[in-house]
Design a protein around this ligand. Sequence first.
Ligand code: 13P
Length: 252
Amino acid sequence: MSKRRRLIAGNWKMNKTTSEARDYAMAFLEKVGDVTDLDMVICAPFTALAVLKEELEESIVHIGAQNMYHEAKGAFTGEISAEMLKDLACTYVILGHSERREYLKEDDELIAKKVKAALEAGLTPILCVGENLTLREAGKALAFVRGQVEKDLVDLQPAELRKVVIAYEPIWAIGTGKTASAEDAQEMCSAIRSTLAGIAGAVAQEIRILYGGSVKPGNIAELVAQPDIDGALVGGASLEASEFAQIIQNAR
Ligand code: 13P
């Protein structure tokens, strides 16, 4: 048994108004309010965070954002700082999601700055990595993802690395209904852990690695049964409170 505590995170992406977020939070808490054997986090759009703070701050469900900027304050129009997220009771922040890498052109250098800034502010970064189908079919997935991990965690001390969460999300499995097989996901998560061992030594055994990509109530149990998969980052199936609660129950 691993001593790492499981973590199930929902990524709402660009979904839900404030009233939808409130309804969800109330329904979700009714279903999972007594779950204490794993960590749960909902990563909501910035605009829903104040409502989640009202509904969830005193609960066991953690609140996360989906992005932040690495600078503390100043002339960065449209950006949000770590302190602003903390003010809204956020304790987690997704960084380097493949959708931001692709559509917003975020590169490893920028993502590394964000990871460092999040850690310095005391937020837990959920760093997303993962290959596209071309890289997978070319047999280059392992090397590519290892490279992402090394570049995005550059210049961090083992004590800081201990707090990072990695989410392995193969791009070809996101929103496609095509989950990586538990074996393929385990192979990659194990490779990620050995990369982490190269940069952080024994601390690698404490770092949580999640799988993401078409996670559903029906496949979560097999995924978290793998030795190096410590939970999941769930997109589409986190949008309904009852379905996300079922994933959490099936991950215990
Ligand atoms: P889906 O669960 O919708 O495939 O999304 C995965 C994801 O990108 C979570 O960050």
